[in-house]
Design a protein around this ligand. Structure first.
Ligand SMILES: [Zn+2]
Length: 435
């Protein structure tokens, strides 16, 4: 079968919108009566006022900062964000806290099943099927990452192999030992497994991985292709977060990502005023309302994820709205010497044209009144001194063309830069003020 849910995945756009608006009104009335945050925030709003997508604009966005304030209330630990009785909560998750105090997320059995169902769409689109033996190379934790993948793959009928408690070499041997043929990982960790495999004389393409679903970081197309080449497999991307859940995934066409409709009502708003729905091909901020999860109501959650709006048709036949590309986080966009800069551009250049660079790090600092941007690059150990010098100059030139900024490129000794298991932290802005 081509679709996980043939009915929903091929509904005409108008029908999807109609369903989503109806679910949205239900969620709005529920949130107003069950969540302290929305009792206060939406007290003057009536669900009946929301008849069209344009009407959504009457409602305020929800951001993480106000959620943190409401979390401090009773009952501990979810406070005014909780949308159900505390006794009905069956699972605790939390955000990673990279941008401040973590948000604690309650799931009931029902809300967790809803999350899993949305994830089933993502895995099925990425071609995961019952014959897949899926290796999960992580220690599961309080973070939602990979728990959803685990349960969704199980629901699809795949066989799960939890790979926590092993180091990377141990995991490589386990994949070979049990003949795992699919994997879920961050793009960074995928590249790391490939590097480690090569260091012990194993070609990553001989590991037998057929499908890989990536998570956790914006993945440039060049990185996706690089992973496909290294492992000789199909690599798919998806986007999500702890608060809104995973809300879009890539299909076999490998051209952008489908929003999981009608599980989510997704708005892509202009980043200047967060008011106007952007046009196809334009960058906007993803604002998300999960439509079936009551343990933790969220209305118009500002994800601060920057995406390019894509088409609403696809060769795969699915009718949901597409995201052309994930540009990155609003928090990662910086002005350097007056130029708007996204670290993803550097990764795109390196993964596309510099396979001899194993790892890298970008540092922005202020020296006097000048911003200085440095790229620390770690070349492959077998590169000769003259090739390293040549790579350095080529990198400088290509980065200048791609970003309009002059990089101070430093070639570091092999093995000197950190390797990351989950989300990579390759970008450091050391300036005191972030203009
Ligand atoms: Zn498609």
């Amino acid at each position: 079968m081509k679709y996980w849910n043939p009915y929903l995945e091929t509904l005409p756009k108008e029908a999807l919108t109609r369903i989503e608006l109806s679910y949205f009104r239900d969620m709005l009335s529920y949130a107003k009566t069950h969540s302290r945050l929305y009792q206060d925030k939406l007290k003057d709003t009536s669900p009946e006022e929301i008849r069209t997508l344009e009407d959504l604009k009457k409602l305020p966005l929800t951001d993480k900062e106000e959620m943190r304030t409401y979390q401090e209330m009773n009952p501990f630990p979810y406070g005014g964000l909780l949308g159900t009785d505390l006794e009905k909560v069956t699972t605790f998750r939390q955000t990673s806290g990279t941008t401040g105090k973590p948000i604690y997320v309650p799931e009931t059995y029902e809300s967790w099943q809803w999350r899993i169902e949305a994830w089933c769409h993502i895995l099925y689109m990425a071609g995961f099927r019952p014959h897949h033996r899926v290796f999960l190379p992580f220690v599961y934790n309080v973070y939602v990452a990979f728990w959803e993948g685990h349960y969704a793959a199980e629901k699809l009928g795949c066989e799960l192999i939890p790979g926590g408690g092993l180091d990377t070499k141990g995991r490589i041997h386990k994949i070979l030992e049990v003949k795992a043929n699919a994997m879920m990982n961050t793009p960074t960790y995928g590249l790391h497994i490939a590097e480690e495999a090569k260091s012990i004389g194993i070609n990553p393409s001989s590991l037998g991985i057929e499908r890989m679903l990536c998570a956790g970081e914006p993945m440039p197309e060049a990185t996706r292709r690089r992973l496909e080449e290294l492992f000789g497999c199909h690599v798919f991307d998806h986007i999500g977060g702890t608060e809104p859940c995973a809300w879009a995934g890539m299909c076999e066409a490998k051209d952008g990502m489908h929003i999981i409709e009608p599980f989510f009502l997704v708005e892509i708003l202009d980043r200047e005023n967060l008011q106007r729905e952007v046009e196809e091909g334009e960058i906007g901020v993803a604002v998300i309302t999960p439509l079936g999860r009551r343990s933790f109501p969220l209305i118009r959650f500002n994800t601060k994820d920057l995406v390019i709006k894509g088409e609403s048709s696809c060769p795969c036949g699915r009718t949901s709205q597409k995201i052309k590309e994930v540009v990155g986080r609003m928090d990662d966009l910086r002005k350097v010497r007056g130029v708007l800069f996204s670290p993803k551009t550097v990764e795109e250049v390196i993964r596309k044209d510099f396979p001899q660079i194993e790892e890298f790090e970008i540092i922005v600092e202020r020296r006097g009144i000048m911003d200085v941007i440095t790229l620390r690059a770690e070349p492959h150990p077998e590169l000769t001194v003259s090739s390293i010098e040549k790579t350095k100059h080529e990198l400088q030139e290509r980065l200048k063309i791609a970003t309009n900024l002059t990089f101070n490129v430093i070639m570091e000794p092999p093995g000197s830069l950190p390797r990351y298991m989950l989300k990579a932290k390759r970008f450091k802005d050391l300036r005191e003020e972030k203009p």
